[in-house]
Structure formats: C-alpha cells, structure tokens
Design a protein. Structure first.
Length: 94
C-alpha cells in the first residue's frame, strides 16, 4: 500500500518496480478507469490493438467485479407495499 505525501508524491512498491522494470527518472501515465486509476509506464501501449487481448481484459474486469459483488451482503427486502414491476406502468396511459 502506497501513501501520498503532502507534496502529492507516491512511492511505487518495490514488487511493482521490479515486475515492470521501472527505473528512477522514468515517467508514468495516470489513466482514469472507472472507479480505479491505471498507472502505466510512459511509452508503453495503453490499450490492446487486437480483439483477443481486449476480450481477455474484459473477462478479467468481469471476474474482479464478480469477486467484489460476492463479498457484499444483500439486504433483506421488506414489504414496501409495491413491486418494481408496478413502477413501470405508473403514470402511463395504455
């Protein structure tokens, strides 16, 4: 886990530095990705060109979402006096 300093600086963990070959003085790009931020060493390809790579990344993101969703407990649904299906017909003349 990295912390942001008062000067908005971040220390990259050693494992990440070694895995991606990041060296002092290298530039990195910060790319927004939904509710996350992708950090990519500058000059590296940011988006895959071929469809197989894009599908693989999509499958990985889907699996991460499933794991996150599985950890949440579902709330007990109480009787509200209406159903969701009833909402679709409200205020519309047929």
């Amino acid at each position: 886990m990295a912390k942001i300093t008062s000067k908005y600086q971040v220390t990259v963990p050693r494992v990440i530095v070694q895995q991606y070959g990041i060296r002092p003085g290298d530039n990195i790009d910060w790319i927004p990705a939904g509710d996350a931020i992708r950090v990519i060493p500058a000059g590296r390809q940011t988006a895959p060109d071929d469809i197989q790579s894009r599908l693989r990344l999509f499958d990985q993101a889907t699996e991460r979402h499933r794991r996150r969703s599985g950890k949440r407990k579902l709330r007990q649904v109480r009787d509200r006096g209406w159903t969701r299906e009833e909402l679709y017909g409200r205020g519309r003349s047929r």
